[in-house]
Design a binder for this molecule. Structure first.
Ligand code: B12
Ligand code: SF4
Length: 467
């Protein structure tokens, strides 16, 4: 097999378009393994089926890799599935090409068999694709391809566990993706410094995608990737998309010291920081290295709920992290997941009081209800509590919501309790057109990121604004 077409199917642009670094990473691994690879990014394609048809006819691939990042928007209050559009594309591909097809990506890794069944395809990869995809496309027969570690097939063979490596292919997203196009909409490039997570939060799916243990990339390699991106794309801002930025202990220091040592002059942000064990020295180092904003993910400010979610830290850690961050120049977006196990009126009130004490530079992002994924602790609990049936196909989003409250009552408590709603973002508001518009305008005018800092303003100008 010689030619592989990698298609990144994600075209979601809210809360922001995301550079398909995973699909690009796999494309790079295929190229390094000797395949001729073409990359088709559907994010900004107005006519995706026509783009797919053009690529298939011109390139005539022997293999097709389909990258599926999201299954749905995980929004309990206004759910949206992305799979029907992918299904339409798969049906179309089948009419034009007989290439061996492999699906992968974060969304697929969560429910591979259900995704295959829905799409009418045979082979998926669970977890990372850098080793699995080349081995799959290199295999002489379909039977051999099914035996590749990490490949799940509908033919019923027992899948071998994914091969998780500590050797990382150097990613070069800009050589596969039109990164400038993304930077024109959000001037930040994602970077992944490590994979996996050794924590065991009750609802989490990241183990399926990244593995159950920390696997860190050499700080020097991560910094080299950033410098190369700065040279090739003009990027001056990077977001670390690691599962938890400040774990395992010591990595944050190694990475940020390397950034300082190499003199990287960029603004940095983080998509997930844990309050657990955060120190003043770490925050000072983050500031020195160029960190200007971060997303911190306590999920609750109440001990009972934190214990119910299996977070491994308590409300004292959350308050301490808040105190440390409030004394810094870094803007923090605090994420809360309301309605989980052990949530009740009292714990919601504690979270509300916490939000009300945040300094002006900080905001809160509040999600209600927890998306249930197979095999998670929340799934077990939802089965015990009769919220889902054992045979229920969770591809159609189902959500856990504590029996102690109702979503409506909880929303009322939040809306009434939070003193400054302009600094509080709910998922539906993150999807508001006005915020997207402001983000594009902000990029054009080079306003400072992160753009969630303008959410309050976006709320005021949006047609349905409450205050
Ligand atoms: C960081 C992150 C974000 C950041 C992104 C910031 C940025 N600048 O990119 C933000 C907060 C903006 C975000 C938003 C959203 N996210 Co998000 N995000 C993540 C996270 C933590 C990491 C994604 C990432 O970049 N990983 C690094 C890359 C290298 O890994 P990867 O893409 O998974 O690729 C690897 C494998 O999947 C595989 N692979 C990928 N493609 C292919 C293709 C083939 C053929 C093969 C074989 C293998 C393969 O190999 C790759 C390399 O090893 C994941 C969870 C996770 N741990 O994966 C959720 C995750 C992907 N997000 C998710 C969701 C739902 C969303 C939103 C829809 C939420 C919302 N309603 O706002 C939006 C959608 C945004 C968009 N435009 O698509 C879900 C998707 C599952 C689902 N239910 O659909 C995940 C899995 C989290 C979860 N709930 O479990 N996200
Ligand atoms: S710390 Fe984050 S990535 Fe790790 S298990 Fe908990 S929610 Fe998942």
């Amino acid at each position: 097999m010689q030619r592989v077409l990698m298609i990144s199917t994600n075209s979601e642009t809210v809360p922001q378009p995301t550079v398909p670094i995973g699909a690009a990473w796999v494309a790079e691994a295929l190229r390094l393994s000797g395949f001729e690879v073409q990359f088709l990014d559907l994010c900004f394609q107005k006519k995706p089926l026509a783009a797919v048809e053009d690529s298939l006819r011109a390139f005539r691939p022997d293999g097709i890799g389909l990258s599926i990042r999201n299954l749905d928007n995980c929004d309990f209050l206004s759910p949206q599935s992305y799979l029907p559009a992918v299904k339409e594309m798969v049906d179309f591909i089948k009419t034009v090409s007989r290439a061996r097809t492999l699906v992968g990506g974060a969304g697929v890794s969560l429910m591979p068999l259900q995704v295959l069944e829905y799409l009418g395809l045979d082979h998926a990869v669970v977890g990372e694709g850098e080793h699995a995809a080349p081995a799959f496309f290199r295999a002489a027969s379909v039977a051999d391809a099914c035996r590749v570690p990490g490949v799940v097939s509908t033919h019923g063979s027992m899948p071998k566990p994914p091969q998780l490596s500590n050797e990382f292919v150097p990613p070069r997203p800009h050589s596969w993706v039109d990164t400038r196009r993304y930077l024109g909409m959000e001037p930040v490039l994602p970077v992944q410094g490590k994979r996996g997570c050794a924590n065991r939060c009750l609802y989490c799916t990241y183990h399926n995608v990244e593995g159950e243990a920390w696997r860190i990339r050499e700080p020097a390699a991560v910094v080299e990737e950033m410098l190369s991106a700065m040279r090739h794309t003009g990027a001056r801002e990077f977001e670390f998309v690691d599962s938890v930025f400040n774990e395992p202990p010591g990595y944050l220091e190694l990475l940020l010291e390397e950034i300082l040592r190499r003199g990287v002059r960029a603004r940095l942000s983080v998509s997930s920081l844990s309050p657990k064990g955060l120190t003043r020295d770490q925050v000072r180092l983050m500031e020195r290295a160029g960190m200007t904003s971060l997303v911190i993910t306590p999920e609750s400010a109440a001990d009972a709920t934190l214990a119910g979610l299996g977070k491994g830290f308590g409300e004292a850690d959350v308050h301490r992290a808040a105190e440390i961050l409030s004394g810094s120049s870094i803007r923090a977006l605090w994420c809360f997941l309301v309605g989980g196990p052990s949530e009740n009126g009292e714990s919601v009130a504690k979270t509300v009081r916490f939000v009300n004490r945040l300094p002006r530079k900080e905001s809160a992002y509040i999600t209600t209800g927890i998306r249930i994924y197979p095999g998670t602790g929340v799934h077990r609990l939802a089965l015990e509590e009769g919220m889902v049936e054992p045979e229920q196909n969770l591809l159609h989003p189902a959500f856990y919501f504590t029996r102690e409250l109702t979503p409506q009552k909880t929303m009322e408590m939040l809306q009434r309790g939070v003193s400054d709603l302009s600094r509080c973002i709910f998922p539906s508001e993150a999807n508001e057109k006005s915020l997207g518009m402001l983000r594009r305008l902000g990029t054009l005018l080079r306003l400072p990121t992160p753009f969630w800092r303008y959410a309050g303003y976006a709320k005021r100008i949006s047609p349905g604004s409450r205050r």
